[in-house]
Design a protein around this ligand. Sequence first.
Ligand SMILES: Nc1ncnc2c1ncn2[C@@H]1O[C@H](COP(=O)(O)OP(=O)(O)OP(=O)(O)O)[C@@H](O)[C@H]1O
Length: 258
Amino acid sequence: MSTHSTQSTGDEGQTDDVLRLEDVTKQFGNVTAVDNLSFAVREGEILGFIGPNGAGKSTTFDCVSGTMAPTDGTIYYRGEDVTGRPQHELVKAGIARTYQTFRPLNDRTVLENVALSQVPDSLFSRSDFRADTEEQTREICERVGLGDVTSQMPDELPHAGLLRLEIGRALGTEPDLLLVDEPFAGLTTEEIERTADLFTSLRDDGMTLVVIDHNMHGLLELVDRVIVISFGEKIAAGTPAEIRNDPTVQEAYLGGEL
Ligand SMILES: Nc1ncnc2c1ncn2[C@@H]1O[C@H](COP(=O)(O)OP(=O)(O)OP(=O)(O)O)[C@@H](O)[C@H]1O
């Protein structure tokens, strides 16, 4: 992971970009889900990526993480053009994501779920499961708050536990850049605080995060900077305070309080 750098506002002229999208468009037939979208993610920041329902946030994550290729535009990761690369290559390069709908392996324990998320090259030595893999897996389980339930099955976990497992599986790939899709949905206020603390600690260790969420209070408390999209287009970028008071953003949310 990389060293945390000093934050600043705005979106232009930075040289410490981890990720840069240039004019990215994604169409599904006649639907333009992402429309000529450009923005950068800086080393060591927690970036909020928000917008109303259907604005194109998850589709942007899909394009960045290699779940699908954009129709047009370019995605740079650490200066390299990675547009349209398959997900397994991007995972190896250091990009991980979580999904709104959790995707655990339901017939595997918590420990096995996290172990199996690790990049296959590092998982086995010949045919043996490496001892250091298990140690690392247990450390990840501890880190996400699942240290006491490593032998449980996913269906025994409460919603917050499944979220932690989703994050643990992403951490198993040892990402530099973690894309988190709506982590706070369905969590209590206390669980939101604990999850936000986990993200902050990951950032403090040098990871860069992009977080989508509709819980504005939780998100704006957490992030360093925010990009707002509506109908696939960027409509605002700034600090949480700037975004809270931005009339364009308030209008996009149909008068909803930010
Ligand atoms: N696979 C698909 N096929 C067709 N249309 C799609 C597909 N995926 C997304 N869309 C459409 O693209 C648009 C953007 O969807 P997306 O899920 O990216 O929005 P979002 O901002 O993540 O929304 P939400 O906050 O509700 O999760 C929507 O109009 C959606 O219906």
